[in-house]
Ligand binder design. Structure first.
Ligand code: AMP
Ligand code: MN
Ligand code: MN
Ligand code: MN
Length: 300
């Protein structure tokens, strides 16, 4: 899935006090949880969610760190799912992370990811590149190995100039080492989040490049499954998507969320809190969660 540097369209002066999508070293982020939370505090964000891919191992530590910095932490996760052969990411917020339906599901994904990593490495080997599995595992240093770790290994091993090239040549959709993460139907992922008492948000809808009709169908299916929100402002989709996503949210009665999808400094991703405000009239997901923020988007 391409991850262009789209956040440049959001002026760095555009700051939000809420950021409900970011990654730590518990998935493919480059900052440890304490480093990440300290950075969140520095940016002026007051309400955060840690949303690592397919695991919640960092959430308790993040809650402790957030408390130290006087921040409000909402528990989070970003689940890899599939809808009509399209990989779809679902952000879960405010769940009881100890709930067995959620943890049972996530453990299944982490095991399947491990098998996928083996297959990615096998394919890279077929391209004449040996040692990818051990390399990516060492970089991940956590149970979750993803394409971002393979991309870093490809750079470190001197096979690619940068991670963009790694995705373009090997890891991106349709490339020789691409293996989809199409294990869990979207409806099931939403179900785990709901069972755990949380709310499900469709991550970066603009990144899937769906036609208008297909996107509407996706949202209708998502809502029918119990999903309530969509990321209208995301560091990993074009800032220009905000308007039509806002209209869709209003039309379908869905709440809006905002999240940088921060993975680390210097990785070509958006900075924490570098987000435009929700369009007028769209209900904020944090209101629905009962989190009060006096001025979520300070004027400057
Ligand atoms: P995975 O869940 O293992 O398929 O990996 C998806 C992750 O890979 C995303 O969350 C991004 O962190 C990263 N990613 C996907 N596409 C790109 C890209 N073109 N350039 C850099 N990172 C990417
Ligand atoms: Mn990622
Ligand atoms: Mn994502
Ligand atoms: Mn993400």
């Amino acid at each position: 899935m391409p991850m262009p540097s789209v956040h440049s369209a959001v002026p760095s002066s555009s700051r939000s006090r809420v950021d409900l999508h970011m990654h730590s070293t518990f998935s493919d982020g480059s900052l440890s949880v304490p480093e990440l939370v300290a950075r969140v505090a520095d940016t002026g964000v007051e309400v955060m969610a840690l949303t690592d891919h397919d695991n919640t191992a960092g959430v308790e530590m993040a809650a402790r760190e957030a408390k130290r910095h006087g921040l409000r932490l909402i528990s989070g996760v970003e689940i890899s799912s599939v809808w009509e052969e399209q990989g779809i990411h679902i952000v879960g917020l405010a769940m009881d992370i100890a709930h067995p339906a959620l943890q049972g599901g996530l453990e299944r994904i982490v095991r399947l990811r491990d098998e996928r990593a083996l297959e990615i490495a096998r394919r890279l080997h077929g391209q004449g590149l040996a040692g990818a599995r051990e390399g990516a595992r060492a970089i991940a240093g956590s149970p979750l190995v993803g394409r971002a770790h393979f991309a870093q290994w490809l750079v470190q091993a001197g096979h690619c100039q940068d991670t963009q090239e790694a995705f373009q040549r090997y890891l991106g959709r349709g490339k020789p080492a691409y293996v989809p993460s199409d294990w869990i139907p979207m409806v099931e992922a939403v179900g785990w989040i709901r069972s755990a008492g949380g709310e499900a948000v469709l991550a970066h809808p603009g990144r899937y490049k769906l036609s208008g009709a297909r996107l509407t169908r996706l949202l209708e299916d998502f809502r029918a499954a119990g999903g309530v929100g969509l990321e209208i402002c995301s560091g990993s989709q074009a800032a220009a998507d905000r308007e039509h996503l806002g209209r869709l949210a209003l039309r379908l009665g869905m709440a809006g969320s905002v999240g940088s999808d921060f993975h680390g400094p210097h990785l070509g991703h958006a900075e924490i809190g570098q987000l435009l405000p929700l369009p007028d009239g769209v209900e904020a997901i944090w209101d629905r969660l009962g989190v009060t923020v006096a001025t979520p988007f300070p004027s400057h």
